[in-house]
Design a binder for this molecule. Sequence first.
Ligand SMILES: [Zn+2]
Length: 355
Amino acid sequence: MTTRREFVETAGAAGIAFVACNLASAAPVQAQGRRREVVVNGRRVKTIDVHAHCAVPEAMALMGRKVEPQTLLMPQPLDRIRAMDEQGIDVEALSINPYWYKADREVARELIKIQNEKLAEACAANPDRFVAFASVALQHPELAAEQLEEGVKKYGLRGAGIGGSVNGEDVSDPKFNPFWAKAEQLGVVVFMHPQGDGAAADLKGRLKGSGGLDNTIGNPLETTIALSHLIFEGTLDHFPGLKICAAHGGGYLPSYADRSDAICTTFPNRCTTPLKKKPTEYLKQLYFDSLVFTPEALRHLVAVAGAGQIVMGTDYPYPWTKTSVDHILSTPGLSDDDRIAILGGTAAKLLGIKA
Ligand SMILES: [Zn+2]
């Protein structure tokens, strides 16, 4: 049976072929890198991709893991920059999917130190093209808070990348409050990406077979559960200044958000934690990436959360899309200001990038 990890790695291998293939077939001038510049109503927009994966092999070695696919590597970012240039992406905010949540405190401390140093080096090598989210050992919440502070203050990282769950525990569990408190205090964004060993693993038996459902459904479901708990357990009331950005358009939550209000009116005894506002209103303080594929899906996401809450995300190097910019440009009903905000204006503010 294909595990999610194998599936992702297969998809990633296709990503290498995809990039290489494009270059091989392109005219020499393109192969040398023609950079697409995105303009909205005569104004050059600095476009920012908040959902871009990478890997640090020196850190992975501490957990006995190897990097797959190679396009995740940063020391030679030529393929990555070429892909960005072709797609009209000026800046990537790099993140690393947590694979270290089972590491003990000492391994986690060392691994994150190496990883955040290397992320900072990768950004420093191309400071106008890359920023990065700090990695943190969320299984040790106090340590994660320290690592976030060090990542931001010492290494110039712009926030944290976390999973949608931590070894089966939801990130709304009060044990994680030291991390949330630090993120709120620092005023930095937390990019939340589903864990392969989260909801998809819990439902392994149901998600096997054709369609790659562990990825297709499992990933957005993991995010849906994580965000729902952050709302219903009162975490977002407890830390109202949090800036959380959810991958994959927030999973299924925005597309069926009204049910979250309906549960509280239909079965009020099921909503045991008093909330300061209706569940759907919290979606207007969360951020979501734009990886929802169609203009209609993006229109709906904007209708639910507000144009100011959506930021561009590609999932590089996994080849889900190479038309994120065009998706945003072609979605009907958006104003020029909306498009500029989604393409990069909002992310620039969240990540401290000069627009
Ligand atoms: Zn991703």
